[in-house]
Design a binder for this molecule. Sequence first.
Ligand code: ADP
Ligand code: MG
Length: 277
Amino acid sequence: TVRIDFTGEPRVLTVSNQKGGVGKTTTTVNLAASLASLGARVLVIDLDPQGNASTALGVPHSADVPSVYDVLIDQFPLADIVQVSPESPNLLCAPSTIHLAGAEIELVSQVAREHRLRTAVEEYLASATDRIDFVLIDCPPSLGLLTINAFTAAHELLIPIQCEYYALEGLSQLLGSVSMIQKHLNERLHLSTILLTMYDGRTRLAQQVADEVRQHFPREVLRTVIPRSVRVSEAPSFGQTVIAYDGQSAGAVAYREAAVEIAQRASAATHENKGEA
Ligand code: ADP
Ligand code: MG
């Protein structure tokens, strides 16, 4: 078993890609569950009105449940809406409800509309009685105000890329938005991690796409790739991550390896910084 030291500053990652169906939600919940199984305390913020991350984490999110909507629009503290996933006491979720669908429009006329989530996360991390090691934000498939709130709140951007045709299409638009955010709203945000998802090693296409992405982003792409696996796609219908649903399956093993890489990269980066100082 791998032992990882989670003593650093909390890391806030936004899992984003304006394309739908590339594995954002699947990656968010399974990395979160993997990190939790390694001993980290992890908060998932479900920022997609679809609420798929809340479902996969087994957290109630019907219309009457206090949610991220109340945090963004009525400035509820995050602590008032966070629930513990039945899967692990280390796995927390700020659920999304259907109300979040209206937030994109309602935010337009609000003061500090881009900073609502960041303020809430900072207050939560400063006051959480238990330490938090990771915050993972699951974004909707758009570059609207919800995603801008995630970019403004996060330190790191994690992009899941599906090994398919047009994998790189839209990426320059995404990275363009990120540099606008860096310039105007959040200097700290940077692309730290790319994860190749739904990989089918039997097809030449998947290999070609993986090679191409690695050529463009040699430092960011994780060594681990997530295979296409039925167990991964079945798990949410049981209100579970694949880590709980079938921990021995290829998908679960891959997500745990990806989580180890992500956790270890942080300590490597910290050592580099210390070396330079
Ligand atoms: P997004 O959040 O980007 O829209 P999802 O995570 O919801 O994407 O994934 C889209 C679909 O692909 C879902 O039905 C999900 O179950 C399925 N899926 C994601 N990753 C895998 C995988 N590794 N193997 C098989 N199916 C997957
Ligand atoms: Mg999703």
